[in-house]
Design a protein around this ligand. Structure first.
Ligand SMILES: Cc1cc2nc3c(=O)[nH]c(=O)nc-3n(C[C@H](O)[C@H](O)[C@H](O)COP(=O)(O)OP(=O)(O)OC[C@H]3O[C@@H](n4cnc5c(N)ncnc54)[C@H](O)[C@@H]3O)c2cc1C
Length: 327
């Protein structure tokens, strides 16, 4: 093995280009690490990815980014300064009344002003992204792709996918795999829908067992909305076709808002692992001997803030352990 003196660049392989993988990748790359990020999707973003539509883009994933505390609070201020995010303004329709954002107690909520997937890509900095690269297994210091390619010799391998998707990759790392078995995720169906009329608000919070939220998509004029189901709805329609689930959601929506047909359904997506109900705890989970660590919301807890911070915290520990890792 090369000695530390001859090896100034450390190498990380990261599975998953969501916000957790991106914050880890960007922090390591900024510290001089060589970072490769593998994602099964066409680009970065994960649950913050973008859907391209005829008129621009829309998002079927997390509509908001919010910060409860530092360091994410100051990171969001920085992204606002760079023009990537803006504080949410406008009305929120809740029950029967339209409230202001402040009345609804949703302070510190932001919406991306650039495509969310672009925002996540920018967070990755100089890390190399390998899209359409599905990972099938992890081994000590090694990533194995579904196409059989073996990428080895990393100083650290980091996995940032939802924990139910990580478990099948961890046969060679039982100590990590065993810690994940109690984590449960709940699903959400999301739809892009277009209708006329309804409340004069930008966000509709449903008090209902089928639908949770509708968010106006600002990139395309007034009529296009992202509609998110409740977890109960998604569990009921987990194996349904897109047509069945979206027709059921559209009819629930019409009833709740008292709108006449037709509601146009432009896209549907099932997030099988939308939000963890439980998580492992802490920011990251590591197998030091085998140089593999896990991050993401299944470890650190639900939400963009926790996922981002899990990637950051692990990267900071790795940067501090540079001399130990280089042997
Ligand atoms: C509908 C919805 C609404 C939400 N609303 C909010 C909200 O308002 N506020 C909030 O804070 N949070 C919200 N969330 C939760 C938030 O989006 C997530 O907590 C956060 O984005 C998780 O980031 P992550 O990096 O941990 O995981 P992800 O974003 O899921 O990233 C994991 C990545 O791993 C990739 N991957 C998976 N398997 C493989 C494989 N085998 N090989 C290669 N790559 C793989 C995936 O393609 C993905 O890009 C919402 C989520 C959903 C779905």
């Amino acid at each position: 093995m090369e000695s530390y003196a001859s090896r100034t660049t450390l190498k990380a392989g990261i599975v998953g280009a969501g916000i957790a993988g991106a914050s880890c990748a960007g922090t390591l790359a900024a510290a001089g690490w060589e970072v490769d990020v593998f994602d099964k999707a066409r680009g970065a973003g994960g649950r913050l990815s973008t859907r391209h539509i005829e008129q621009g883009w829309a998002t079927l994933g997390s509509p908001f980014i919010s910060a409860k505390r530092d360091p994410f609070r100051s990171q969001l201020r920085d992204w606002v300064r760079q023009g990537w995010l803006a504080p949410v303004r406008g009305g929120i329709w809740q029950g029967r009344a339209t409230l202001s954002w402040a009345q609804a107690q949703l302070q510190n909520h932001y919406r991306p002003t650039i495509e969310p997937s672009q925002l996540v890509r920018r967070v990755m900095g100089n890390a190399r992204l390998h899209p359409l690269s599905r990972v099938s297994a992890l081994q000590p210091r090694t990533i194995i792709l579904e196409n059989g390619e073996v990428r080895g010799d990393f100083d650290c391998v980091i996995c940032s996918v939802p924990t139910p998707q990580a478990i099948p990759m961890l046969d060679a790392l039982p100590l990590l795999r065993e810690r994940l078995t109690d984590v449960r995720y709940r699903p959400v169906w999301s739809f892009l829908m277009r209708w006329d009329g309804g409340p004069a608000a930008d966000v509709i919070k449903f008090d209902d067992h089928l639908l949770d939220l509708a968010v106006r998509q600002t990139s395309d004029g007034p009529g296009l909305w992202a509609v998110h189901s409740s977890h109960e709805f998604a569990e009921t329609y987990l194996d349904a076709s897109e047509m069945e689930a979206s027709n059921r959601a559209a009819s629930a929506l019409m009833g709740l808002l008292g709108l006449p047909w037709p509601v146009e359904i432009e896209a549907s997506h099932l997030w099988r692992y939308a939000r963890p109900e439980t998580s492992v705890g802490g920011f990251w989970l590591g197998d030091r001997e085998n140089r593999v660590a896990l991050i993401g919301d299944g470890i650190a807890g639900v939400g963009v803030e926790r996922a981002w911070e899990s990637g950051l915290r692990l990267a900071q520990v790795l940067i501090q352990s540079k001399e130990e890792l280089a042997v």
